[in-house]
Design a protein around this ligand. Structure first.
Ligand code: PLP
Length: 480
């Protein structure tokens, strides 16, 4: 039997994984209910064939559990299994969001402690776990900024300045919040062009959204001065802290002048990222902005914890319920196991690993900003250009060699970008194996560059037309 048949093609009339016995309770009265008239056309299949089908499919997946995954900006670190165990504890996983506070004190305590931890890491005292992802965190914070300026009668502040190296969610969030994104250039050094920033700051500026370290993996050395300039103009500094892997335990964004930020628990704090699972993009803001945070807020008092929705100045709810609690629970387990020293060591090792790869690869590949990097760095295929080899070719060849590719073609300010983030969880042996394969690809690019255009050769399907896959997705279960 062809192992690659679709589930519908394996279907044979009458096969079942389960048959229910005869009804031994009175049948419910369904008159008047909007029930379908004919059974749905589902595949009919026995349990063993079904199990084999999905196990075979799962083996085609690539994940951090079977390969190195240096996907820059996405922080695919290993997520300890103990955190997954914590997330399945029945008292948490079966708690209904409508339980009254008295019956979910443990869950509320976990939320409060995670808020306190994030306040300690960022230096910003008011935290909410409400936003479902990084982008929603950005939006929430910009709505907080809008509320802040409205309360001060400064509605003319409608522009948000954003560096050209920023993640695409930044200008998108600004637009959704009803603000106008304005681009600030990067200098030749890959850092914010402070003069360009200064020239665009004015009485119409609501905020500056800065990513630090930026998407090139560079720390902004003038960040304190930048924040001061933004504050002098009466605007707020927002930091995109999706990736806190280089800073946590070492530098608190509030100390260099940040007023509000989000962080992605599904990158830095141990929830698997990617694959479309739930995330959490908590935001942390200064004392002054705390009153505008979304509801519900977790409140701790002498009588215990409760969820507070009565907050007259709050921007309200941005989603159902309080948070994606399973993600928060994993973050709690992660933080508690590491403790403050462990968190710092995570950051140190993430930075060391990235610099190790940068230095070992910089002869074979062009590294445009070749100073000390933070948790990631950007290389390019400039040296491979004579052979017509592009970043996508290197990425696809890596698949054949057993690694997940790095992020390519982002950030947009670098041509043929390959953004590499090893994370702290990899051994030196794994990093060395990756380097050997990257050097092998550089040799291939010199000696037989055409061969790279056909990669990957070891996968069930070869080079896909990714543009068409996005524009004309085939979402049917059946062929044809
Ligand atoms: C991932 C990421 C985001 C967006 O986070 P989501 O949870 O995917 O919405 C924003 N900024 C940066 C720098 C990121 O890496």
């Amino acid at each position: 039997m062809n192992k690659d048949l679709l589930l519908y093609e394996k279907s044979r009339a009458g096969r079942r994984t389960l048959r229910l016995g005869a009804l031994d309770v009175p049948a419910a009265d369904t008159t008047g209910l909007p029930l379908r008239q004919s059974p749905p056309d589902l595949p009919q299949i026995g349990e063993l064939e079904l199990v084999r089908h999905y196990v075979r499919l799962s083996k085609k997946n690539v994940s951090i559990a079977d390969s190195f995954y240096p996907l820059g900006s996405c922080t695919m670190k290993y997520n300890p299994l103990a955190n997954e165990v914590a997330a399945t504890i029945a008292g948490f996983s079966e708690a209904h969001p409508l339980l009254d506070a008295g019956r979910c004190q443990g869950a509320l305590a976990v939320m409060k402690r995670v808020e306190e931890f994030l306040a300690a890491v960022t230096g910003l005292p008011c935290v909410t776990l409400h936003p479902a992802a990084g982008a929603q965190g950005e939006l929430s914070a910009l709505l907080v900024a809008n509320a802040h300026f409205a309360a001060r009668g400064e509605q003319a502040r409608t522009k948000v300045l954003i560096p050209d190296s920023a993640h695409g969610t930044n200008p998108a969030s600004a637009a959704v919040a009803g603000l106008e994104p304005v681009t600030v250039s990067s200098g030749k050094d890959g850092l914010v062009d402070v003069d360009d920033l200064q020239s665009k700051l004015g009485t119409d500026t609501a905020g500056f959204m800065v990513t630090n370290p930026n998407t090139l993996g560079l720390f902004e050395p003038r960040i304190a001065e930048i924040c001061e300039k933004v504050h002098t103009a009466g605007a707020l500094v927002y930091m995109d802290g999706a990736n806190l892997n280089a800073l946590m335990g070492i530098a608190r964004p509030a100390d260099f002048g940040v007023d509000m930020m989000h962080t992605n628990l599904h990158k830095t704090f141990s929830t698997p990222h990617g694959g479309g699972g739930p995330g959490a993009g908590p935001i942390c803001v200064s004392e002054e902005l705390g009153v505008y945070l979304p509801v519900p807020r977790v409140v701790e008092s002498e009588s215990g914890f409760h969820l507070e929705t009565d907050a007259p100045e709050s921007i309200g709810m941005l989603r159902g319920w309080s948070s994606n609690f399973g993600v928060i629970l994993r973050a709690y387990a992660y933080m508690r196991r590491l403790g403050p020293d462990g968190v710092r060591r995570v950051a140190e090792n993430a930075v060391i690993n990235a610099n190790y790869l940068r230095v070992r690869l910089r002869d074979a590949y062009h590294v445009p900003f070749d100073g000390l990097c933070m948790h990631e760095f950007v290389a390019t295929t400039r040296h491979q250009r004579p052979g017509g080899v592009h970043a996508v070719d290197v990425a696809k060849r890596l698949i054949d060699l057993g690694h997940h590719p790095m992020t390519v073609y982002f950030p947009l300010v670098v041509n043929e970008a390959m953004m590499i983030e090893p994370t702290e969880t990899e051994t030196k042996e794994t990093l060395d194996a990756f380097v050997e394969d990257m050097l092998l690809i550089a040799d291939e690019a010199r000696e037989r560059p055409e061969s790279l255009h056909d990669a990957p050769l070891s996968t069930p399907v070869g080079r896909l037309d990714e543009g068409r896959a996005v524009k004309e997705p085939v979402l049917r279960f059946r062929r044809g």
